[in-house]
Structure formats: structure tokens, C-alpha cells
Design a protein around this ligand. Structure first.
Ligand SMILES: Nc1ncnc2c1ncn2[C@@H]1O[C@H](COP(=O)(O)OP(=O)(O)OP(=O)(O)O)[C@@H](O)[C@H]1O
Ligand SMILES: [Mg+2]
Length: 289
């Protein structure tokens, strides 16, 4: 099947720079962005961003609040008609958001089967619910689900479309720590089984370090920093390479220098919300240094 290429909005003004054409990508690429730019009024949120995501790669995207992470995801999902540049996403793309966005007047099974183009959508949806451990809740109404169950239903709905690219916008941030660990394991096992490329937006640096093959930092409208992680999973969060990378990423995020003498785990607006001990910065060197 020919790759589906999405050329984004043309600029007709003679003074405006012409956007790049939608570009062809090799078969090993799940998503490719070139010169992607998005402004709201006079504020440029994405400024000529370039990014390639390999087929089957698990990428985490972090960045300060308001840096444009959701804007980037919306552009990749084809939900933003105002973005300029070139985006190629050959193959089905699914999105799961922070709030599960289930239709409240449809039962769980119907939510997962909704809009599915398959010979037997109900049985496909049932299989997906089984995979996320929610088979027994198929007849439940969405509002009776716990947060973790609703998020699993949302994952089932995203996966049932067999996406080549799965976009996750902070889907676990509202969950308690224990549920989050369980769902991390679930996501990894689903990813290993189905192998979509994943772009996960998160505020939790440890979540990024636990799950991703590569962590991106969005800053000034571009990928300001990126770090591959080659450690096998499951990962020990206290592994020296991860401790070093955690500090490096927090520094990239602009967490104040005296805070990075400790190890903040999550951040909002650049400030840590939990600060366990970590070795002093001078003893650490990031894998990308
Ligand atoms: N429809 C819109 N109209 C005007 N401004 C917008 C719109 N959507 C996003 N913005 C602005 O663009 C900037 C980036 O928003 P975005 O939601 O992408 O940030 P984010 O990195 O996802 O932030 P957070 O981590 O808080 O979710 C913000 O300043 C936001 O106010
Ligand atoms: Mg966001």
C-alpha cells in the first residue's frame, strides 16, 4: 500500500515562505515531520520542527507546560488544519488523551467498537478488551469505571485500530502511583505484542525513563534535546545511567540548578513535585554528554 502522506496547509502570500511538500519516507519510518510550524496569533509554538520516529520505536516527549507538546500531537494526528510544514505518517494513527473520552451513553464494548471498520467489530473489540484485562467490564457504563479501568478502555479503543503510530497525551497522569505502575507494564506488553511506534507525552521524567527508547525535550518550538536509552526493560530506576540522564533532562527542562542537586521526579511548570535524594551533579555524566 502506498504511504499516506499528509501535506499541511499551503501559504499563499508571496512574502510568506513556501511550506515544504509532503515528503516520501522509507518503510522503516512511522512518522516524519519537516519544518512543522504552528502559531497562535503572534505566538509561535512550533517553529520549524523536524522529527523522525522509526517503525516500532517508543519515544517519550517531555517539555515545560505550554511548550507545545499537545500541539505537536494534534498535528501528527491530523487534527490541526492550521499547521504548516510537512508531516508524513504512513499508516493508521491512534490517539489516547489524558481524559479517556469515552462516550458516556455507550457501554464499554460499544465504545471500543465505535467506528471500527472490521467484518465483526464486536469480536475485535472484545479481543482488545481482553488484552487490556477489561473483559469482565464490557457491559459497564463508562462513568462506573475506575480511572485505571477507563484508561485501559481508552487504550483498547486506540489499539483496536492496529495503529502504526500510537499517540499518547499524558494518558496516565491522573492515575495513582500503583495503578500507573500496573498500566506501564500493560503498555509495554501491548507495545511488545503489537509493535506500533509510540509517541508518549508525559510530565513524568521517570515514566519517560522507564518506558522509552528515546526521550525528546521540546523547547523553543523544536526538539531541543534528545537522548536514546538502550537499557533493557524492566529498568532499575536507580541505574547510574538513568540517574545521570534524569538530571540531564531536568536541566534541559530548566529546573533550577540547586534543585538538580537532588532528583526531582515529576514536574509541572518546570518545578519538581517530589524530590528524593540523588548523587551530586559533579559525580554524574549523562549518556549523551
Ligand atoms: N487553540 C488554541 N488557541 C490559542 N492558543 C493555543 C491553542 N492551543 C494551544 N494554545 C497555546 O499554545 C501553547 C502550547 O499549548 P500546548 O497545549 O501544546 O502545550 P503543552 O506543552 O501540551 O502544555 P501542557 O504540558 O500544559 O499540556 C500554549 O501557550 C497554549 O495556550
Ligand atoms: Mg498538553
Amino acid at each position: 500500500m502506498a504511504p499516506r502522506l499528509r501535506g499541511i496547509k499551503e501559504i499563499s502570500s508571496e512574502r510568506a515562505p513556501a511550506p515544504p511538500q509532503a515528503h516520501a519516507v522509507p518503510s522503516g519510518v512511522a512518522a516524519s515531520l519537516r519544518g512543522v510550524t504552528r502559531s497562535f496569533g503572534f505566538r509561535k509554538v512550533l517553529g520549524g520542527l523536524d522529527l523522525d520516529i522509526a517503525a516500532g520505536e517508543f519515544v517519550a516527549l517531555i517539555g515545560r507546560s505550554g511548550s507545545g507538546k499537545s500541539t505537536l500531537l494534534r498535528a501528527l494526528a491530523g487534527l490541526d488544519q492550521e499547521v504548516t510544514g510537512s508531516i508524513a505518517a504512513p499508516g493508521p494513527v491512534s490517539v489516547a488523551f489524558q481524559e479517556p473520552r469515552l462516550v458516556p451513553w455507550k457501554r464499554v464494548l460499544a465504545n471500543v467498537a465505535l467506528g471500527l471498520r472490521a467484518a465483526d467489530p464486536v469480536s475485535v473489540a472484545r479481543t482488545a478488551l481482553r488484552e487490556v484485562g477489561l473483559a469482565e467490564r464490557e457491559s459497564a457504563w463508562p462513568l462506573t469505571l475506575s480511572g485505571g479501568e477507563a484508561q485501559r478502555a481508552s487504550l483498547a479503543r486506540a489499539l483496536v485500530r492496529e495503529p502504526r503510530l500510537l499517540l499518547l497525551d499524558e494518558p496516565f497522569s491522573a492515575l495513582d502511583a500503583l495503578t500507573r505502575i500496573t498500566i506501564h507494564r500493560l503498555v509495554l506488553s501491548l507495545w511488545e505484542r503489537h509493535r506500533p511506534a509510540v509517541l508518549l507525552v508525559t510530565h513524568d521524567v521517570d515514566e519517560a525513563l522507564a518506558l522509552a527508547d528515546r526521550v525528546l525535550v521540546l523547547g523553543d518550538g523544536r526538539i531541543a534535546h534528545q537522548a536514546p536509552i538502550t537499557l533493557p526493560r524492566p529498568r532499575d530506576r536507580d541505574h547510574p545511567a538513568l540517574s545521570a540522564l534524569r538530571l540531564r533532562l531536568l536541566t534541559e527542562l530548566g529546573v533550577p540548578a540547586d534543585s538538580t542537586q537532588l532528583t526531582p521526579v515529576t514536574f509541572r511548570s518546570g518545578m519538581p513535585s517530589r524530590i528524593p535524594w540523588a548523587p551530586p551533579r559533579s559525580e554524574l555524566r549523562g549518556p549523551t554528554d
